[in-house]
Design a protein around this ligand. Structure first.
Ligand SMILES: Cc1cc2nc3c(=O)[nH]c(=O)nc-3n(C[C@H](O)[C@H](O)[C@H](O)COP(=O)(O)OP(=O)(O)OC[C@H]3O[C@@H](n4cnc5c(N)ncnc54)[C@H](O)[C@@H]3O)c2cc1C
Length: 464
């Protein structure tokens, strides 16, 4: 028998978490093997972040042409869905190719196949064994199926919903008011579908700040998306005129029927741990299927790390990436811990973004909470861009003036949240944010003015 191949580190999965871990480990001098069962780049590049953002951009460009009629731009746009699909694939292909090149350029060995543990620090891929001092599990997640709605031709997961070139249904029901459901709801609405979106909780984005989430909901409703909160879907029947979906109030009660052509289930994702042979390595899994880790990203098994969606929520690419760096640094003998603020963004238009503590969360943590708000209707830049929907909201501690959280709904919210994240990382006070000179006219001024409003000194709105 051939000798088993040995590495310093084996990374399982090449999504955002895995490729970050592999590259950082190689930069630190480790001999690294990366194993990938499907496409390099994982969910984010192939069927997640990137293709959805491409479709959202196309849908927004189309939508802006309508808004532009207001300043005299007349056009009769026609969107060729086949071309759109090809462009989406081209963007994905370029980025996944880029990751492949980066792995190679960093001398990370890439192996195609499904890896499973056969010993504490040994895996088998396609019948061959590979050993390493350390292993990083970055196997990601997959869509959760909803009871009564098994995935199929009429019930889509997010991956199927990406294929707009196969036709836009006349009537679409989106189940789930998280980022994925909202983004697809808007894509399909803007490409011509009648969209109903249902959310079980009292407001969309239940983990976020309800005030800014409510503003986003109203903006989506203005576009004709019917948003139903406190509502659940319990099953459906296929009839001649479409799918008859049974909806009920969240607490139960009087059911009603909604007739649609397709259903998109976007109720969440579950960690991918099946078939990995984790018991062989002594890696524990919690009751929700996640692999518990400490701040160093270590699992219950010595030398085995877990990162990204398979480790813990929030299921976000940038979180997976940073965790990958932390795990790789520890595998290389450094002392590294994950202790960061993680922003989250919804790429609808207007966008929604948040970082840090909500008012509710800050109260629970014992702060004397105060907020400062700045509506974009008072932003010169927002008006010149043709839309003034949204606001910036800063949450702070009244006693120490410490900034605790920022929530934004409006154009470019996802770009603006980076400043708020840096402010939190630097321990900025609300005054620090207010004293920073922001270029005029920019949307970013909203952050400064929200900080000024916190002290009842905003210039472009009246303080009450
Ligand atoms: C529609 C959609 C849109 C999204 N948009 C955003 C967004 O805009 N921003 C954002 O931050 N996040 C977004 N996400 C979430 C983001 O995609 C994930 O958080 C991210 O991909 C997680 O990275 P990961 O490295 O943990 O795992 P994944 O990206 O899931 O990658 C895991 C990889 O491991 C491979 N693998 C699994 N098991 C094995 C095995 N045993 N052997 C070998 N290989 C294996 C898989 O094939 C896969 O390639 C979106 C998700 C979806 C579904």
């Amino acid at each position: 028998m051939a000798a088993m191949e040995r590495y310093d580190l084996i990374v399982i999965g090449t999504g955002p978490g895995g490729y970050h871990a592999a590259i950082r480990a190689a930069q630190l001098g480790l001999k690294v093997l990366a194993v990938e069962a499907a496409e390099v780049g994982g969910v984010c590049l192939n069927v997640g972040c990137i293709p959805t953002k491409a479709l959202l951009h196309a849908a927004e460009t189309l939508h802006h042409l309508k808004v532009a009629e207001g300043f005299g731009l007349k056009a009769k746009p026609e969107l060729d869905l086949k071309r759109l699909g090809a462009w989406r694939d081209q963007v994905v292909g370029r980025l996944t190719g880029g990751v492949g090149t980066l792995l190679k350029g960093n001398k990370v060995e890439l192996l195609r196949g499904f890896a499973r543990f056969v010993g504490p620090t040994e895996v088998e891929v396609e019948g061959k064994r590979y050993g390493a001092k350390s292993l990083i599990l970055a196997t990601g997640s997959e869509p959760i199926e909803l009871k009564g709605f098994p995935f199929g031709e009429d019930v889509w997961d997010s991956t199927r919903a990406l294929r707009v070139e196969e036709g836009i249904p006349k009537r679409l029901l989106v189940i789930g008011g998280g980022a994925v459901g909202l983004e697809f709801g808007q894509i399909y609405r803007r490409l011509g579908a009648e969209v109903t979106l249902i959310e079980y909780m009292p407001e969309i984005l239940p983990q976020g700040d309800p005030e800014t989430a409510g503003l986003l909901r109203r903006a989506l409703e203005k576009e004709g998306i019917r948003v139903r909160t406190r509502t659940k879907a319990v099953g459906y029947e296929k009839k001649k005129d479409g799918l008859h979906v049974r909806l009920e109030p969240a607490e139960g009660g009087e059911p009603e029927t909604l007739v649609v052509d397709k259903v998109l289930v976007a109720v969440g994702r579950r960690p991918r741990t099946q078939g990995l042979g984790l018991e062989k390595a002594g890696v524990k899994v919690d009751e929700r299927g996640f692999i518990p880790v400490n701040a160093r990203m270590e699992t219950s098994a010595p030398g085995v790390y877990a990162i990204g969606d398979v480790a813990r929520p929030p299921l976000l690419a940038h979180k997976a990436m940073k965790e990958g760096l932390v795990a790789a640094e520890n595998a290389a003998g450094r002392e590294s811990a994950f202790d960061y603020q993680v922003p989250s963004v919804v790429y609808t238009s207007p966008e929604w973004a948040g970082v840090g503590l909500t008012e509710e969360g800050a109260k629970r943590a014992g702060y004397k909470v105060k907020v400062g708000k700045f509506p974009l209707a008072a932003s010169g830049r927002a008006l010149t861009l043709g839309g003034a929907e949204g606001m910036v909201k800063a949450v702070g501690d009244e006693e120490t003036d410490l900034l605790l959280g920022v929530f934004i709904v409006g154009p470019q919210a996802g770009e603006l949240i980076a400043e708020a994240t840096l402010a939190l990382e630097m321990g900025a006070t609300v005054t620090d944010l207010a004293l920073t000179v922001h270029a005029h006219p920019t949307l970013s001024e909203g952050l400064m003015e929200a900080a000024e409003a916190f002290h009842k000194q905003a210039i472009h709105i009246l303080s009450r």
